[in-house]
Design a protein around this ligand. Sequence first.
Ligand code: SF4
Length: 294
Amino acid sequence: MGEQVSNAAKKNAQKRPKGIKKASAPESRTALVRRARRINRELAEVYPYAHPELDFRNPFELLVATVLSAQTTDLRVNQTTPALFAKYPTPEDLAAAVPEELEEVIRPTGFFRAKARSLIGLSTALRDDFGGEVPGRLADLVTLPGVGRKTANVVLGNAFGVPGVTVDTHFGRLVRRWKWTAEEDPEKVEAEVCALFPKSDWTMLSHRVIFHGRRICHARKPACGACPIAPLCPAYGEGETDPEKAKKLLKYEKGGYPGQRLAPPPDYPGRPAAPLATADPEGDPGAAAGTTGA
Ligand code: SF4
């Protein structure tokens, strides 16, 4: 087994793209900051259209969609929220929902009983404590039922323009692969990554890293051979290095599949996702599985 591993490592080392250096000495803080910012710049070129992948039209819809996105894909949430917001367009409507009826509407997102409790609870708090408006402060948002720091940062960054780093499963995995941090705890990851970048970069950095995690740097099979930031990545070789095989692993617009949003921004180069009833018409990997971690 040990020999197999070392043979694989040798093979990968031989295929290392030009520019990739094997780490010899520990990276200095200055070199780390430079490399991290270069990765961000490269990702900005690869994903100039990076955006939040939940469909929303106002802060309330984004808050609700983000709560629903726990343990499922953004795609599944986007396929569920049109019916939800048609039936319950405001916090007042959702606060007054009959739990069983709400559960039926959000059932496709999984954990629907707990999520229904959170939605009714947070809508009641919005109605009673915040005048029916979503507050634009982290300290207020985290007092709402079912709303943690991650959800609060998503809402602040994308509905209020307050810079924030969103540490989800993709973000944590990638920044550890890139050795920006060794931390596992999302709050510590957030603090260490924030310290590498100016505040103005935080929100878009989060979108780009999550885009890269969903499309190329997957959890189980990163497509290293098709990765534009391979020369900057200490984890190059963890995944498929053969360019042709790696290309076949690409997802969403990079792999020719629909995206996660039913209503993507106008500059999105891929196709919109299909509504729930007609989902997965062309083998979209995220649509069928429901919980691909995508
Ligand atoms: S080289 Fe591989 S591990 Fe590194 S970012 Fe690219 S896909 Fe991920």
